[in-house]
Ligand binder design. Structure first.
Ligand SMILES: [Zn+2]
Length: 149
């Protein structure tokens, strides 16, 4: 739930900031006198305003892409950034062991397996939730250190 809430929060903040920028541009730009009554008609009729709106559109798309790319590498449970990328496989073994990168949530919620090779079309990253605490095995090893050492 935090995952989708964090995405919604990022989208809300991003759209709020972009709306503020758009309001700033709209109030700052000196529209010619014949657009004073209806400034929205300047789009596609006034070249500087049209260019500015196209650049603003690129900015909006860049913010959206950044939000989506950031969201892809977040834990589906807690929303934190996934860490510790481990590469496995090889380009030499495309059929049996294709290259991929695994990311984990440092709090043990799950693992994201991202394929590096897209042969048969776009492959989605595979999120696998850990049902058991992944750090339990590490702490159960003999000879573990305690705070008394
Ligand atoms: Zn997590």
């Amino acid at each position: 739930m935090k995952y989708w809430g964090f995405l919604a929060a990022k989208l809300a903040v991003g759209s709020g900031v972009l709306f503020g920028i758009w309001l700033g541009l709209y109030s700052w730009y000196p529209f010619p006198g014949y657009y004073a009554s209806r400034p929205q008609d300047a789009f596609l009729h006034d070249l500087p305003w049209t260019t500015l709106m196209f650049v603003f559109n690129l900015l909006c798309n860049a913010v959206l892409v950044f939000i989506i790319l950031d969201q892809r590498y977040r834990c589906r449970s807690c929303g934190r950034r996934l860490r510790m990328p481990i590469r496995s496989g090889s380009h030499a073994y495309v059929i049996f062991r294709p290259p991929r990168t695994d990311y984990i949530c440092i709090y043990g919620h799950g693992t994201l397996k991202v394929p590096e090779l897209q042969i048969t079309g776009r492959e989605k990253p595979d999120w696998k939730k850990n049902n058991d605490n992944m750090w339990k095995e590490l702490f159960s090893l003999p000879g573990k250190r305690t705070d008394d050492d």
